[in-house]
Ligand binder design. Structure first.
Ligand SMILES: Nc1ncnc2c1ncn2[C@@H]1O[C@H](COP(=O)(O)OP(=O)(O)OP(=O)(O)O)[C@@H](O)[C@H]1O
Ligand SMILES: O=P(O)(O)O[C@@H]1[C@H](O)[C@H](O)[C@@H](OP(=O)(O)O)[C@H](OP(=O)(O)O)[C@H]1O
Length: 428
């Protein structure tokens, strides 16, 4: 592995967690300044391709399968299991040509798909799926693979496969309906790249998963609210889609969360960014609508009237016309950029000011709460995104039987969102 080395983890505040990693797991630490020049020759891939070093989970070059390959701003996913490969290609091709709203919308939530190529790897011609590299524009890409669902075996799985899958990540899957097969994080306090593999992920439970997520977020001491809100903005959109879609059931599929630690480092240099001027005041749960937020020491209405009907909370137009105008202008200005997930989230949030929509009521109140935070973040001068969430790995994507909602998938998403929302509340 070139200049990478296996060294004991440094001991920081999360002593127990780091101590658990020390020695027990194959935790690899690179220093950020270190050149990561892998020896491509060892892996027998063409000269114009490289091993994809930002891969945090999935199949690797272990003699039976191959790891991801980096090529020209894309990644190539080698197909070693014919059926899984065909299923994944069929899935991408189907959603790329779909014209219905639900599947067209799904295109926004997955990496861009560029077809299939055959690559000579170690003398074998291997078919590969060509996908957008989600880490491409990030200087210090922090990546976590979160496998969604309690059940990770598909309807065609053999008895052995079921037994095998059920034996893994037991506590995490049972209690949270998701698990963490791997992640990497550029630690901003010591410039080290820390990698955590599936052996580490398999030890996690409902108490340690939040700690691992905080480690991934560089949030052991201070939680960056902008980062969490960016992730939540994407997660909420995926959640809303998963709540209504009845096309697919995903088994062993993941969410890939990616952010740029370089941008986080820049942001944390200024106190204001760590402690945003906007603070929501709330007691415990995000599932209760707020009536007031505090902006620059001034109380402002979040739009919740304090009254509930059997249709849900009654919302009023927020009382800050200036903010609302800025917000409208911003949405208007960015209307052309229809692929910008951030702006789409903002437009969705804007719609939650009205009751004339179809969204679930709890979603309305949650989004209402965060309209102001998103508004503030988007009016920052440097507003381009530096964090994103995409759905990946469709080797086990199946058509939904009887047009049922994919509860297995949805539950994992819901629980992940709850954790992120708790981080946000804790950071106030
Ligand atoms: N579009 C992408 N951009 C960047 N990295 C990606 C992308 N797709 C996958 N990866 C990286 O590759 C890893 C494995 O991806 P994926 O889950 O598709 O592979 P897999 O071999 O089918 O996994 P599994 O063993 O879970 O079936 C991910 O954890 C992630 O680190
Ligand atoms: O997390 P682990 O312990 O690495 O387990 C692997 C994981 O469940 C993969 O999703 C699966 O690949 P598929 O999705 O392609 O089935 C792989 O099966 P495999 O060993 O048969 O490749 C498992 O080994």
């Amino acid at each position: 592995m070139g200049k990478s080395e296996v060294v004991p983890m440094p001991i920081h505040r999360q002593d127990s967690l780091y101590a658990a990693c020390k020695g027990a797991f194959n935790t690899v630490v690179h220093t950020v300044d270190e050149e990561q020049d892998e020896d491509e020759d060892d892996f027998g891939i063409p000269d114009n391709m490289q091993l994809f070093t930002n891969q945090v989970a999935g199949h690797t070059n272990d003699g039976k399968s191959y790891g991801m390959i980096k090529h020209n701003g894309t990644i190539l996913k080698p197909i070693t299991k014919q059926k899984c490969g065909e299923r994944e290609i069929d899935f991408y091709e189907e959603i790329n040509s779909a014209t219905d709203k639900t599947r067209s919308e799904l295109r926004d939530f997955v990496p861009k798909y560029y077809g299939k190529v055959t690559v000579p790897i170690k003398g074998n011609d291997v078919d590969c799926i060509v996908l957008e590299d989600l880490t491409r524009y990030y200087k210090e890409p922090c990546v976590i693979d979160i496998k969604i669902g309690r059940r990770t075996w598909d309807p065609t799985a053999s008895y052995d496969k079921i037994v095998n899958e059920e034996a893994k990540y037991q506590e995490s899957k049972r209690d949270l309906a998701f698990c963490i097969p791997g992640f990497q994080v550029y630690k901003i306090h010591n410039n080290q790249l820390c990698k955590f593999d599936k052996n580490y992920g398999k030890t996690l439970n409902k108490e340690t998963v939040p700690q691992a997520l905080k480690m991934f977020l560089n949030a052991e001491t201070v939680c960056c609210r902008s980062l969490i809100v960016q992730f939540l903005a994407s997660l909420w959109r995926i959640q809303m889609w998963a709540r209504k879609q009845r096309y697919y059931h995903f088994y062993s599929s993941s969410l890939l969360l990616v952010y740029d630690a370089r941008r986080l480092r820049e942001l944390l240099k200024t106190d204001d960014d760590v402690k945003p001027t906007l603070k929501l005041q709330r007691s415990t749960s995000l599932y209760r609508p707020l009536s007031l937020a505090v902006l620059n020491n001034e109380k402002i209405s979040t739009g919740f009237s304090g009254q509930l009907t059997n249709q849900g909370p009654i919302l009023r137009t927020p009382t800050s016309p200036t903010k609302l105008k800025q917000f409208n202008d911003l949405v208007q200005t960015n209307n052309n950029n229809s692929n910008n997930v951030w702006q789409k989230s903002i437009r969705t949030l804007k719609r939650t000011h009205s009751f004339q929509n179809d969204y679930d009521k709890d979603m309305q109140s949650k989004r209402q709460d965060y309209t102001y935070i998103l508004d503030e973040l988007c009016t920052e001068q440097k507003s381009e995104l530096w964090a994103t969430v995409k759905m990946i790995d469709f080797a086990h994507a199946f058509m939904a039987e009887h047009h049922e909602v994919d509860k297995n998938y949805l539950e994992g998403i819901d629980n992940l969102i709850k954790l992120f929302e708790e981080f946000l509340v804790d950071s106030e």
